[in-house]
Design a protein around this ligand. Structure first.
Ligand code: SAH
Length: 256
């Protein structure tokens, strides 16, 4: 009997939320999928790009509640590919920006399964574009850093040099630790008056872009009941965003 052909795995970035921010290459991969293994928060319109017969498997993760461990996800991708399937692993934003794409690629390679990565628009890029907030700017910022701001391990992280004059710091997964993050940055020498933006549900329905100053970052998150997914942007460029819904103007004008 003929061995079944070995399948392969494609890690696909689904973009920040709005389905039309998916790349054409991602849409083509979905159209060819036998199995789609996806995170939560993926728009049904994107999942609909897979053929009706393609199996859809959700491995949605929530903070503190992992539906499927990372190892199990790796095993699932390998098992499905070994069974001869074209497996699309669909992830929010970009697979290699806080997407654990590195571990999934490693799992496939260790099992000799062909693996490919299709980039996606990371949420920082999607949300910043929507809020008309340039992450770099010839006059205001010549570097941009992406950091993960979960409470766990926050104090061990060395962000020295990533924020301050001429630099933009974008914090993913930082909403619940916003207060501690602001404190840490101020303790590291950043001015409490540094402009900040909170970009909630970027490119999704009901998105909000809020502006404040670093000293108020934690307070703003609480007052405005900011919920995940949201990003924190720290740096002078945060004052440039001109989204419709700039909600917070403190006494010191950051436009001055
Ligand atoms: N790979 C993803 C990031 C996954 S980590 C990417 O490239 O965007 C999850 C974090 O991403 C969330 O906690 C939040 O900080 C951010 N995020 C994802 N989607 C978002 C959105 N639509 N708006 C704002 N932040 C978002």
């Amino acid at each position: 009997m003929k061995e079944p052909d070995i399948g392969r795995v494609i890690l696909v970035g689904a973009g920040p939320g709005a389905p039309d921010l998916l790349t054409l290459r991602a849409a083509r991969a979905l159209a060819a999928a036998d199995v789609v293994v996806h995170d939560g928060l993926i728009d049904p319109a994107v999942l609909d790009l897979a053929p009706p017969h393609a199996r859809r498997i959700s491995v949605a993760k929530q903070r503190a509640r992992h539906t499927l461990s990372q190892d199990k996800i790796g095993d699932l991708l390998v098992t499905e590919a070994r069974a001869g399937n074209l497996v699309v692993r669909l992830k929010g934003g970009d697979p290699f920006v806080f997407g654990r794409g590195g571990e999934e690629v490693a799992a496939c390679r260790a099992a000799d399964i062909a693996v490919e990565v299709i980039p996606g628009v990371s949420s920082a890029l999607g949300a910043a574009a929507e809020a008309l907030l340039p992450l770099t700017h010839r006059d205001h910022a010549s570097s941009v850093s992406f950091v993960a701001g979960q409470c766990k391990g926050l104090s061990d992280q060395n962000w020295a040099g990533l924020a301050g004059k001429g630099r933009t710091l974008v914090i993913y997964m930082g909403v619940s630790a916003a207060d501690a993050i602001a404190e840490k940055l101020i303790a590291d020498g950043l001015s409490p008056d540094t402009p900040c933006a909170i970009l909630e549900r970027g490119t999704l329905p009901g998105s909000r872009a809020l502006r404040t100053l670093l000293a108020d970052l934690g307070g703003a998150v609480v007052r405005e009941k900011i919920a995940s997914p949201a990003l924190l942007v720290v740096g002078d460029v945060a004052a440039l965003g001109t989204a419709d819904n700039v909600l917070i103007r403190l006494t010191q004008s950051i436009d001055a």
